[in-house]
Design a protein. Structure first.
Lengths: 343, 343
DNA sequence: GATCCCCATTGGAACGATCAAGTCCGGCGG
DNA sequence: CCGCCGGACTTGATCGTTCCAATGGGGATC
């Protein structure tokens, strides 16, 4: 198996090359890389020197072929980029990549029709291109999660299985109710008593979850909620219109919103009426988007602990791949509040 | 090579399984997948049916091993997320993933120290984990590009080789000067004659490029630029301070900024002085971030054609991998202006 | 001194695809 | 009738790693 002397310098060295140089067998080099504790100390040193000198790194393809795993995690990029999801998604992906790296995994991005047998989940899995998936958009009873669950595909969801609380796949989520309660509490502490809610359509599980935090906080203090809530689409304009109506009809002094997008709509309304956020009316958003951070005068917002979510996701992933049968419990994390001048 | 009858249902079928079922050899199945034109029509149909029935997809690892290519493109996530880069990066990554998919490639994300021999560029390349890289942050004479160039690693840069115009690697970039000129022209058309520039430090190649577009537009009409330009850090606060000084000392009626971040700073100043963007003073940003789109009253901004950049990058990548020796020319794309109410 | 055991190390055989040569066969020109 | 050609398909080797079973040598045990 010795190399021809005149081989092109671009061909990377193999296990056999290292073995020859170190005067050991291939398998010993393999062990030096994967199970160093099996080698005698001096042999290990010798092999490591040979590896260093030749600049060897194990060929991924060959390793993947033999071990039937790719050490890649598939992440689907959601096709539509909602404004709110955007900043959050980016922060999450970053954290996921970092955490995965520490666990010895890389992240593979893909897009397109998720059920396409060629390029979708199924194709990637059957061709052993990825070991597992991370599923992120679980907005309303995510069909992808159900599909993966059915095929017993290894995956971890960022988001609860709203449509099927008995689902046994691992998931990680952020407690939206706790976040909204935190936001509402914050306004209560500032002395507000009439606090409005602007959220999403009733069929949004996440929206209703967050809303429940708002109403819980108010009811705990015996404060009214009726007439103070509005359910609309997740657009700036919807937020603008909803807040205008609420201001006219219910005269709230504070707004808690299901997203920064909606909160931006409230800001528009205030600006149009010559009112000042943080002085005349308090506003709190959700997701702590970049916009919340840079806008004037700064938007208070519920911040999801995405770094921790990524850590838990990778944890679950490792558990899942190590013990495919074991059923892992879901994990719920608590968000924090980034307070700025809008409140 | 026939499978044992009682094999676990989780083991995916192989070429040999398909071959047996279709009554042909492995190689013929391989050809059916990769070079269908080599088969007789009826054989092709027979093989395709077998593939369909067994739900076969080629094992990526085996293919990668044999062909010495992974059909993966490495993309490094820049560790610091500047605000401006954020939205743009996200949009670019999306486009890149979509375009790559059409070309038969997937995108592999990685992070960490780029020169780490384990997990950095070198490691990924030597282990044949990726076929090539896309390098994005070329802000000031990117050391990564130089490093890759040196090692003759296949890569395409999004961003010109500012530090070495004679560099021969393929690159794609957006003409920042043209963008700033477009923005300035737009304000000139609106009747403004005193138009200020807020940009980055002088050692930023990109910043100086954009600035040159502003000054070119003004000089063409014989309008003054002296005293109307400011060079600061890329933060909201710097933009706020710079615009305050400029307003006091030079009395401009319009601002063109090197980034949306700086433009946000201008908006803050205007708000603090009770002035209204788009009425009292016009403001134009750069990058068309999400914030520019949702803020009140909407920020006019130069929009980079990132979808086209991704297409050109993938084009270059394909050319590069098909003909490693050929030197591909750089490609410069022209941005557009997203006009909103701030101007 | 023979036996047993354990540890470090070895060599052959996969993993599942593609590459590079074959082989087979019908047709066609001389 | 022979030889040659080219299309359609097959066969063996190979990519570089890890799995598996086996080997040899050096104590410790009896």
């Amino acid at each position: 198996m010795t190399r021809m002397p005149g081989r092109a310098p671009t061909v990377p060295p193999t296990l056999a090359d290292v073995a020859e140089r170190a005067g050991v067998s291939r398998q010993t080099v393999s062990n030096a890389v994967n199970n160093p504790e099996l080698l005698r100390a001096d042999t290990l040193v010798r092999v490591q020197e040979a590896i260093e000198e030749l600049g060897y790194s194990p060929n991924r393809a060959a390793r993947n072929l033999r071990t039937r795993s790719s050490h890649l995690i598939g992440l689907r990029m959601s096709p539509v980029q909602e404004f709110t999801a955007n900043a959050a998604a980016d922060r999450f992906v970053h954290s996921l990549v970092d955490t995965s790296r520490e666990a010895g995994y890389h992240v593979l991005l893909f897009s397109g029709d998720p059920t396409d047998p060629e390029s979708g989940y199924d194709g990637l899995l059957r061709s052993t291109a990825v070991d597992a998936f991370v599923v992120t958009d679980t907005y309303l009873g995510n069909p992808q999660a159900a599909w993966l669950r059915e095929r017993r595909a290894p995956f971890v969801a960022f988001g609860r299985p709203w449509d099927d609380p008995a689902a046994t796949h691992p998931w990680v989520d952020v407690d939206g109710a706790a976040g909204a309660e935190l936001a509402t509490q914050h306004l209560l502490d500032k002395g507000h008593t009439r606090i409005a809610w602007i959220g999403w359509r009733k069929d949004s599980f996440i929206g209703e979850d967050r809303r429940s935090g708002w109403s819980r906080a108010l009811k705990e203090r015996g404060l009214p909620t009726t007439g103070l809530a509005s359910r609309v689409e997740d657009t700036v304009n919807s937020g603008r219109e909803a807040s205008a109506v609420l201001l006219d009809e219910a005269r709230p002094t504070g707004f808690v919103c299901a997203s920064d997008t909606l909160a931006m709509g409230v800001m528009h309304t205030l600006a149009e009426r010559g009112m000042h956020a943080g002085e005349d009316v308090a506003v709190v958003g959700f997701d702590d988007s970049q916009t919340a951070q840079v806008m004037h005068p700064g938007l208070t917002s519920v911040r999801q602990p995405l770094e921790d979510v990524a850590i838990e996701v990778v944890n679950a992933l490792e558990g899942l791949l190590a013990h495919p049968r074991r059923i892992l419990p879901g994990k719920l994390l608590v968000p924090t509040l980034a307070v700025r001048r809008s409140s």
